[in-house]
Write a protein that binds this ligand. Structure first.
Ligand code: ZN
Ligand code: ZN
Length: 90
């Protein structure tokens, strides 16, 4: 699946929690725990708070967790910006 981004054009879809999406917009790191950096694998990333909640829950999503994470669709270019911002990719 692909998504059109104003900044990056057509790119692969990725999914991040709202906190990661906001941090990319604001330029403030909040943690970036990712499932993959391969654009073909529909990567997901979560901030350290959401990841901690998910881990505490044994990796299971609940309604409360979904409400907190409020997952957003991002293009892969924006996803990489988030990774760089949080120092997991240089
Ligand atoms: Zn989050
Ligand atoms: Zn983008």
């Amino acid at each position: 699946m692909s998504v059109r981004c104003d900044e990056h054009g057509m790119s692969n879809e990725t999914f991040v929690c709202v906190h990661v999406a906001n941090s990319i917009r604001d330029g403030v790191a909040c943690g970036f725990v990712y499932t993959s950096l391969n654009p073909d694998e529909e990567p997901c990333a979560y901030c350290k708070d959401c990841d901690a909640m998910l881990s505490a829950n044994g990796g299971e999503w609940t309604e409360a967790l979904e409400a907190k994470a409020d997952i957003k669709l991002l293009c892969f270019g924006c996803f990489l910006k988030g990774a760089q911002l949080n120092g997991v990719l240089h």
